[in-house]
Design a binder for this molecule. Structure first.
Ligand code: ADP
Ligand code: MG
Length: 463
């Protein structure tokens, strides 16, 4: 019927606008490299903040002792205790506990939030086993993974630029978050020093490097997306400090905020952005990351319902609710291998209250998921190639066999298999077989927590 043809036209137009041929991806990768240069040249020189992390030494494997880490990045936070055994023994033991943040604390006062965190930490410290007691003259040390935008002022201090991800506590903004945590620990009599403040990308990079000396960059594909990499300090014009002994400096790119005229943006992305909490910001993140992929699918489905009566004469009420279709739901539909697409039918019914879908309709939905996921995955690959170009690892020099490893982490990468394989295949497509043989994508399982503990160790006041 005409309606069906209309729906297919909407799908095809969307597909065309989402197109990521290799030529376009190369332009995106080049634009990423250009913006990296601009962000390193001057503060505010690019949409990419290219934040100097003050991490100029990554873990070597020699780190020894008992260290704590705190990972605050979403609705949960985790406390970790890591026993490092040095070169021979590596991580002897690790323990962690996950604690959820009560919603009222996400929008309350700074003291209330940090008191809560400090007391959870104190409870965890109290479970330290007998044999591991610290000598009384030695302070416990902590690496703090804090995944919100921070203006770093040293390895162990930084002021909060703004809250994101549902947090909104006015009196923390502009404050040193390490100072806030330290004051809270003092209030409850917990004697502990924060020796490293990092975000999840830096933690993942540090954790990755600990296991593999060839790690050069880390990428997070989770609710949001970001990347960090090792830069040569003399290639950072905006850095006016002393050149570190290592010659290296880790850069937190904040690549979620990347944008370029080469990005394939559609009317649906524009509307999503305009109606978001941060219009005009985080454009790369809004077409790649787990927070948004399902929502883009919903928006296209909505258009098909409105203009082509795809689900019948009325638009299903549930389909009108922003963010009702989460990326894990989309992923489940996309991976449905049953001959009658049973899972697609179930998801449509359970989440959107759409029943009686035909197999033909379900196939359209799967194709829609594929278009959205492929675009995100291929653009992520282009971003990684942009980093490899910046550090000169995108070509084979004199038959060299130097490996470059990129540590990946985040729920999207971990659980969305089609996204992950598409990203990895696209990397090979972009770099060619020969170069690809030297590029390794490695899942850094929970690198960010251990990474923070490792950085706490390498920045210990006692070494
Ligand atoms: P965060 O980024 O908040 O630190 P994670 O790295 O665990 O947390 O990523 C969580 C995100 O990963 C979710 O918001 C979701 O978008 C995505 N995700 C989780 N599970 C799946 C899944 N099965 N399929 C696709 N995406 C998933
Ligand atoms: Mg995370």
């Amino acid at each position: 019927s005409g309606k069906w043809a209309q729906a297919v036209t909407i799908l095809r137009e969307f597909e065309e606008k989402c197109g990521t041929p290799i030529s376009k991806l190369k332009q995106v990768a080049d634009a990423m490299t250009v913006e990296m240069h601009a962000g390193l040249a001057s503060e505010g020189g690019s949409k990419l903040k290219m934040i100097i992390s003050y991490v100029d030494n990554l873990p070597t494997g020699d780190e020894k002792g008992l260290y704590y880490a705190l990972d605050l990045g979403g609705t949960n936070f985790r406390v970790l205790r890591v026993h490092l055994g040095g070169k021979e023994h590596h991580v002897v033991k690790q323990e962690f506990e996950e604690v959820s943040i009560p919603p009222h604390l996400m929008t309350g006062s700074s003291d209330a939030l940090f008191d809560y965190i400090a007391s959870a930490l104190a409870n965890f410290v109290a479970t330290e086993s007998e044999g591991l007691h610290f000598s009384p003259d030695r302070q416990r040390e902590l690496g703090f993974t804090f995944s919100f935008p921070v203006r770093q002022t040293s390895i162990s201090s930084g002021t909060l630029i703004k809250w994101t991800k549902g947090f909104s506590i006015d009196d923390t903004v502009g404050q040193d978050v390490v100072g806030e945590l330290t004051k809270a620990m003092e209030r409850i009599g917990l004697d502990m020093r924060v020796t490293a403040l990092v975000n999840d990308t830096i933690g993942t990079l540090a954790g990755g490097r600990y296991n593999n000396p060839d790690v050069v960059a880390a990428v997070i594909l989770g609710t949001g997306t970001n990347a960090a990499y090792v830069e040569r300090a003399h290639a950072i014009p905006k850095w006016h400090g002393l050149l570190p002994k290592s010659g290296d400096m880790v850069i937190n790119m904040e690549w979620g905020n990347f944008r370029s005229s080469h990005l394939p943006l559609t009317e649906y992305d524009q509307a999503l952005d305009a109606e978001s909490l941060n219009p005009g910001e985080q454009i790369f993140e809004k077409i790649i990351s787990g927070m948004y992929l399902g929502e883009i699918v919903r928006r296209v489905m909505c258009k098909m319902a409105e203009e082509a009566a795809f689900f019948g004469d009325t638009v299903p009420e549930k389909l009108k609710i922003p963010f009702i279709l989460r990326t894990p739901h989309m992923s489940a539909m996309h991976h449905d291998t049953s001959p009658d697409l049973k899972i697609v039918a179930t998801k449509l019914k359970d989440i959107l209250e759409i029943s009686n879908t035909s197999l033909k309709m379900r196939k359209v939905i799967v194709e829609l998921c594929d278009i959205v996921a492929s675009r995100g995955a291929r653009l992520s690959a282009a971003g990684i190639v942009g980093i490899l170009k910046k550090i000169g690892r995108d070509a084979v020099k004199d038959g060299e066999k130097q490996k470059s490893v990129v540590s990946l982490d985040g729920g999207l990468y971990e659980h969305y298999t089609k996204f992950r394989t598409c990203m990895e295949d696209t990397l090979v497509e972009l770099l060619g077989e020969e170069v690809s043989n030297n590029i390794v994508i490695e899942h850094s399982n929970d690198g960010s927590g251990i990474g923070a503990a490792l950085l706490a160790a390498s920045h210990s006041q006692y070494t």
